[in-house]
Design a protein around this ligand. Structure first.
Ligand code: C2E
Ligand code: CA
Ligand code: CA
Length: 664
């Protein structure tokens, strides 16, 4: 499993930072409120102390000293003396800063320092409250003058105003005003507050760290979870490969950056059979093995993805030519085709590879995948292995439309050409016939081979005018080379689509008549595949043409669709052994065996045999020895305009090499 993507990590860090800030704020507020509350508690405590102290002084020192008269009437000498004696101690000890006795009209009648000029108005709210019988306690700042030069001038004091009840009369006679030192209380409060600050700070810091740890571990778990589910949503659970979604995301990056890359669609051949016969578990194992082999055979920078079922997708960065793609895919093909043992059953896997190039074939993800897909399906229909996308192989309706327009123009504008390849009689070494092979001199794409456009044209009705053009041109050329003394007959390829209708027979016969060429000089080549889809109309067409003396050859014989019983019923005169077998003659015992029996089989049915794709003299010799009648291939000549063939370099009987032991 890969490490979590960078984006997830970054968002995790942001999440954690958010948590940290968000939890810091309430903790700071909580700390401030708690500390503020604690300070207020300290002050309250100080005020309470002051109230108690005042009550004690009033009860123990003041009340006993008074004789019970209203203080407004002044103090007697006795009273003054007793008061001084009673209060001296408290003042002296410093537990009281200042002590005043006031009459109900606010005048000072007694003070600790003897001064009596500090009157307050009777209407002062605190004083009035005390005169009415309640106690008023508060913290004040004592003006310097009032402290009488004492230390702590201008400092905070606790001022208590409370009624004085004379013991002698038991009734309120005035108001006692006490100033008590607040410094001690303030220091206490300060110390307590400081302690609280520290404890609170420490506690909150621990709380904060714990919260942060919790949020960190939570966000880490969330991050891991997010990364895991992101991984799961982008990978195939069976093989662990990237899935279609991730494949498309990566491809999208390439298309955005305009980087060159090859996109390959891989489809396993016959996978369904394995699944059906060996079961799904075996199928799963096979898919895992295929995934591993694809991964191992490609480069580290290549992406191998499972697109679904038995389909895989490859993204090959920097690969821009068919040769480069083939070189890489050959490794993958080889790896896949090595035997795989599944539950003790040895299997071999083949796959079709469809290749499209970015940006050459398409610039966006969907179109690229479509191109690779059409190439892959094209491969499935015939050519095995790797097929590179080409516009002509796409069979989507819109592509067909453009091919249709193009082909019509090609016919009208004389862009079609015929090249010819000689067919040589192996016994005499003489060229007996030329096979017409169609070429398209495309104004933009250059000379196109049939593989580039035929599959698309075959899907449309344009196949008929195209075949007409080939027939007319081939007969025209035949007339020309005959007039120059060449004895060659001419062979023309026809598609399955041509045979489907009676039109072909009609136009062949009409064109023969127009050109005045004898029917026996024309051969038609029909692929075995075409005959496999016979609906009766095909054999009817063949019959009609054969009755007129036209030679009928079965093309690509051995590729394997027509049953023997079916072959007997058709009006054929010749079979052409597929070049796939001929190519293997020098190296494969099995191919030699197949070709030998194909020759015998055809001869048994009274058919002549031509071998296609003969590339070496050794092969030509082996074929001759095996009773093959004719041959064609690069060994004799490549397809060319007939005038350029000149005297084809026919190496028939002269200069024949000795057969080696191996291929005798
Ligand atoms: P085909 O009828 O089997 O034609 C032989 C193909 O093998 C030709 O390919 C030829 O160039 C190639 N070939 C010949 N000798 C050798 C050799 O020694 N080695 C190898 N490797 N290849 C050799 P080409 O011209 O690309 O044609 C491909 C196919 O297109 C033909 O296969 C034929 O089925 C079809 N085709 C060609 N012309 C026409 C046409 O006018 N009408 C129709 N319906 N099909 C055509
Ligand atoms: Ca042919
Ligand atoms: Ca052929």
């Amino acid at each position: 499993m890969s490490s979590p993507p960078r984006a997830a990590r970054a968002s995790g860090t942001r999440l954690f930072a958010g948590y940290a800030v968000a939890s810091l704020l309430p903790i700071l507020v909580l700390g401030t409120v708690l500390a503020g509350g604690n300070r207020q508690d300290g002050i309250e405590r100080g005020l309470g102390q002051g109230r108690a102290q005042a009550a004690v002084i009033e009860e123990m020192a003041i009340a006993p000293a008074l004789e019970g008269n209203d203080l407004g009437r002044g103090l007697s000498r006795q009273e003054s003396r007793r008061l001084r004696e009673a209060t001296d101690l408290a003042i002296y000890r410093g537990s009281v800063v200042r002590l005043l006795l006031r009459s109900f009209d606010g005048q000072v009648v007694f003070s600790d320092d003897g001064s009596v000029d500090d009157a307050v108005p009777a209407s002062d709210p605190s004083f009035a409250a005390a005169a009415r019988g309640s106690t008023d306690v508060r913290v004040t700042r004592m003006p310097h003058a009032q402290t009488g030069g004492q230390e702590g001038g201008g400092a905070s004091m606790i001022r208590v105003l409370q009624p004085v009840i004379a013991n002698a009369s038991g009734r309120a006679v005035g108001v006692l005003e006490l100033h008590l030192p607040f410094d001690e209380v303030a220091a206490d409060v300060h110390a307590a507050t400081e302690r609280t600050y520290w404890r609170l700070g420490g506690g909150l810091a621990i709380l904060y760290v714990v919260l942060a740890l919790i949020s960190w571990s939570t966000s880490r778990r969330l991050r891991a979870h997010a990364a895991r589910s992101e991984y799961e949503s982008l990978h195939d659970p069976l093989t662990g490969l990237p899935n279609r979604k991730l494949f498309e995301i990566r491809l999208e990056e390439y298309t955005r950056r305009q980087d060159a890359a090859a996109v390959v669609q891989v489809d396993l051949d016959r996978f369904k059979k394995v699944n059906d016969t060996l079961g799904h578990r075996a199928g799963d194992k096979l898919l895992c093995e295929v995934a591993a082999r694809l991964r191992e055979s490609l480069r580290a920078q290549d992406t191998v993805a499972r697109l679904g079922g038995d389909e895989f997708g490859l993204l090959l960065p920097g690969v821009r030519t068919p040769a480069a793609a083939r070189a890489l895919l050959e490794r993958a093909e080889r790896a896949l085709s090595a035997e795989i043992l599944i539950d003790g059953v040895p299997l071999t896997m083949d796959a079709s590879f469809g290749v499209a190039f970015h940006p050459r074939h398409a610039g966006d993800v969907e179109a690229l995948l479509h191109c690779a897909d059409s190439a892959m399906y094209h491969g499935k229909r015939g050519m095995r292995g790797t097929v590179v996308y080409h516009p002509s192989i796409a069979v989507s309706p819109s592509d067909n439309l453009s091919i249709q327009g193009d082909m019509r123009r090609a016919i009208d504008n004389d862009e079609l050409r015929l090249h010819y390849q000689p067919i040589v009689d192996l016994a005499t070494g003489e060229v007996t016939r030329l096979e017409a092979l169609l070429r398209w001199q495309h104004p933009e794409r250059g000379l196109l081979l049939p593989g580039d456009f035929l599959p698309a044209v075959e899907q449309t009705s344009l196949i008929a005018p195209m075949t007409d053009w080939v027939l007319r041109q081939a007969l025209h050329d035949h007339v020309a080379w005959t007039s120059e003394g060449h004895p060659w007959a001419v062979a023309v390829n026809v598609s399955a689509r041509n045979l489907d209708s009676q039109c072909l027979a009609d136009s062949v016969l009409r064109l023969l008549e127009d050109s005045a060429v004898a029917a026996s000089r024309l051969h038609l080549e029909v692929t075995e595949t075409a005959l496999a889809i016979d609906h009766g109309s095909v054999s009817a067409s063949l019959d009609r043409l054969a009755r007129h003396g036209i030679g009928m050859a079965l093309d690509d014989f051995g590729v394997g669709y027509a049953s023997l019983a079916h072959l007997r019923t058709l009006a054929l005169s010749e079979v052409k052994i597929d070049r796939g077998f001929v190519a293997g003659l020098e190296s494969s015992d099995q191919d030699r065996e197949v070709v030998r029996s194909l020759i015998q089989l055809a001869h048994g049915l009274g058919l002549r045999v031509t071998a296609e794709g003969v590339e070496t003299s050794v092969t030509a010799l082996w074929l001759e020895r095996s009773g093959c009648d004719s041959a064609q291939g690069y060994h004799f000549a490549r397809p060319l305009p007939w005038r350029q063939l000149g005297e084809p370099a026919v190496r028939g009987r002269q200069g024949r090499p000795a057969l080696t032991e191996a291929n005798r």
